[in-house]
Design a protein around this ligand. Sequence first.
Ligand code: ZN
Length: 245
Amino acid sequence: MRYLVEADIHSNLEALQAVMTHAESQGGFDSIWCLGDIVGYGADPNACLTLLRSYPLAAVSGNHDLAAIDAVSIVKFNQHAKEAILWTREQLTSEHREFLASNPLRREEDGVTLLHGTPSDPVWAYFLPQMMTSSDVAENFGQINTRSCLVGHSHIPFICLEDGAQFLGLQPGQKKMLAQARCVVNPGSVGQPRDGDPRASYALYDADTDTFVHHRVDYDIEAAQAKITAAGLPDILASRLAVGR
Ligand code: ZN
């Protein structure tokens, strides 16, 4: 089975479409693994959900998904994120709302754990070196039953190896055997990258060969920005897409 691994789509339809097209050009996929935050920030929550749900899909909830269905409070969000969540709540169809409510916080698929934040706190915590001591990393590895775990939330692509709590960057085209060493991997964000590279970020995972490949894809950033502006969402949510921060 081949999986398209997507995190933090954040209602960015142009980025999502570009990722789908690119994934097809790389040999295609049988199913999608979605690591949460399908909605929030961008202007196309329903269209992104409709597109994703037209494929076989295993998704987990992110903090924005839960806030958009009023399942968690928005007090922890910054002002721009709050505005986008309140707008998204008004847009979501009842069918998409029910879908978001049906997703678990974590799941195991084909020997891999999927979740949004960290194994200890899948909704809010960030799996990032500046947020964790090496004993935090060890504790988090203790809470997964699989060799590897895929996460989102920080919008930064990385691999963290359990051995030595080492964080390594992920480069486009880089291949990784997930079962070789216990690891937590973030494929980066489809719809709002924050590592200084504005291209949409995702991965393909072939479970038969245990091969995970990271990819970056250009997309029509100006079209996504124009929709954010037209929706009356905060300008910063449009401008940041151009710089990938
Ligand atoms: Zn996010």
